[in-house]
Design a protein around this ligand. Sequence first.
Ligand SMILES: [Zn+2]
Length: 599
Amino acid sequence: MMVPQRKTSGQSASRHRDGRHSYAEHQPMQKRRGQEMRHSIKRPHDNKLRFIALGGLGEIGRNMMLLEYQDDIIIIDMGLQFPGEETPGIDYIIPNISYLKDKTKNIRGVLITHGHYDHIGAIPQLIGKLGNPTIYATPLTAAIIKKRQIDFPHASKLNIEHINETTVTKLGVFSVRYFPVMHNIPEGIGMEIETPIGIIVHPGEFKFYYDRNNNPVGLEAFKELGKKKPLLLMLDSTKSEEPGRSMPEWQVEENIEELLRNAKGRVIVSTFASLLDRLTQIIHIADKLERRVAITGRSMEANFAIAKELGLVKIKKETIIPIKEIGKYKDEKILIITTGAQGEENAGLTRMAAGTHRDVHVRKNDTVIFSSSIVPGNEMAVQVLRDNLSRQGATVYHYKILGIHSGGHATRTELKEAINIIKPKFFLPIHGFYYMRQVNAKLAEEEGGIPAHNIVVGENGQVIEITPESIQLTKEFVPTSHVMVDGLGVGDVGEVVLRDRQALSADGIFVIIAVVDSQTGKVRGSPDIISRGFIYLRESRELLYHARQLTKKIIEDATQNMHPVNWTWVKDNVRDRLGKFLFQKTERRPMVLPVVIEV
Ligand SMILES: [Zn+2]
């Protein structure tokens, strides 16, 4: 039997020389690359529990974490991440599962915390590659997963088992219990994971539910966990920078109702389609106030269908009407729910504001409500959208000027309370960028009384080793580079394609077409130039003249001296020298595409 050599790799990174801020240390980038290579020769044959995040630490989204103890692995969530500016043209990014490639037989199950795409969105692409392990999810979450799977006809058939508060899932050495948590989608769950080294608590994404006196209610599950003296608490860091408590949902509901009651004309509400709680809440208020509801936008309609199927919507039959029929009712009897609260280019609200929506044109007396927060990066698009809506005469409300939205994540006071109720020995902030997680770590140290050496802030891919005595960041990193999904293909957008897109978006494209007489080797006439996003051609005559001359010279030099002519070499040469020339003159680097046509 092979007994692998395994060095205890965690010593230097998390050793806190002065007993403080050990969680601030992390490995420099270069070191990490080399370490990625080595993971395959190691096998965890000791009594340490390994925690690895394949995504979700270092970004918002792409959540996928795993716990590994000897030959047993459980996976928590399998989400996607929506693209940013560094990945133009990409649909979304999914976790890198290379680490699990040779370990699929060890995977005991996939536990899903809730039905948001950043927690379930990578299932269609990944589950088959992982040997199709069983997915454990609540009925609603399972329904969303199955619905999404329909869009991927070639993906594996799913094995899903429903879970609830009374289920105990035995997965190898792990046994998992669940408790309901409040998020902004129904049926979110937290997990109590019994491991050979102690209990790990992962409350998923949650916030507290408040009564009319703003006291948190329903904390029994948290208190019960506290009694069990858990070893480790993993805690969502998304809102760790936001002071105070979440706005209670009853307050949001009252404010929306008040708005709807007072609105003189039509009301158009825009929110995230995935915020099922908000969606059903608004529909119920409209139903109560006898406004007809028209839902538009594909994702919004799909999520409404799911909510209805699961019995989350209890309204009068006549309340929901097709969007085409809004004209049949008085304005003050209409509520329209649409996508586009983030200013997305093709979403319903954007088109309504631009006057290009087929069924709805925004007009005076309309009230537009943005009931969602703005995803970082979308601020400008949302501003433009609000401007356009206001110009059309609509009254626009958003959550900052009126309490019509409350997020789904615990804010500082709630995080602090959760830490103090659960009282874990070790603390591991998860979800969000490094800074957010570090702020969460500070909170646990300063307000939760957890000593700094019991707190770690790791990176994606970094192996964290946990024993009953210690939690340590190791120097071992598993691969977590982005896997990009473009259209329906996975990972077929390589670095090259991405670099091209970046170059195109930065400096444009410059195409030069030369027709060469194969008899004489001379360029016929003057080469044609097509350019986009680089320079304004009409104002650059001189530059273009020189570009044509240079191209002509390079080609003719080659045809005179080279037999037979190596056209690939000629084109490479044109690309290089023309590229340099253009850079000298303009300090820009457009993508240069030489085309040579022999006649
Ligand atoms: Zn969520």
